[in-house]
Write a protein of this length. Structure first.
Length: 182
């Protein structure tokens, strides 16, 4: 009974904190910033395909006028590269101006990215992959951010195996997130 409860409670928390807040580019409320969560850099300094999908969603938000700036958050050391710097270069190569992209190199995990964002923002749009969206919104809201989220659909983008593996990983990550401090 206790074991079942310790698994059910985290998912109920993530679902409850994110219900009505998972949106598409067209129906998400406007916000000053989007927070793009990192997802790995290849050895050659190119964002992983999952990360490219997240960055493309953020770019759509900016072009649609839903946000004015994009925070790219990730590890300062990802396979020999700063993940946020790689993310910024990707966006700049697709026409985004320097002043539209803000670096956060403290984003070694979702909690750290949200905690850093909470220091300066009381609302934002979290951009990540759909399998990761509910937990990300729940963590941001726990830290006092009025967060909505828009997700990249990795499975529809041809990344079914990666999506399946990451969805399984979300089970443990959601349990861990449930017990993290405010």
């Amino acid at each position: 009974m206790v074991a079942a409860g310790s698994l059910v409670a985290p998912f109920a928390w993530a679902w409850g904190r994110s219900v009505g807040r998972v949106r598409d580019v067209g129906d998400v409320p406007e916000s000053d910033v989007a927070l793009v969560l990192g997802a790995g850099v290849r050895w050659d300094g190119v964002p992983s395909r999952i990360l490219q999908g997240r960055l493309d969603v953020a770019r759509e938000l900016l072009r649609a006028g839903k946000v004015r700036r994009i925070i790219v958050s990730g590890s300062p050391e990802s396979r020999g590269h700063s993940e946020p710097v790689v993310m910024r270069r990707y966006l700049q190569a697709r026409g985004l101006p320097d002043e539209a992209v803000v670096l956060d190199e403290s984003g070694v995990d979702t909690y750290s990215s949200c905690r850093t964002a909470a220091r300066e923002h009381d609302s934002l749009i979290v951009v990540t992959t759909r399998f990761h969206l509910r937990r990300s919104i729940a963590l941001a809201r726990r830290l006092g951010i009025d967060a909505y989220g828009v997700g990249h659909d990795a499975a529809a983008d041809g990344l079914r195996r990666v999506n399946a593996r990451a969805t399984r990983r979300e089970v443990l990550a959601t349990v861990k997130a449930f017990w993290l401090p405010r």
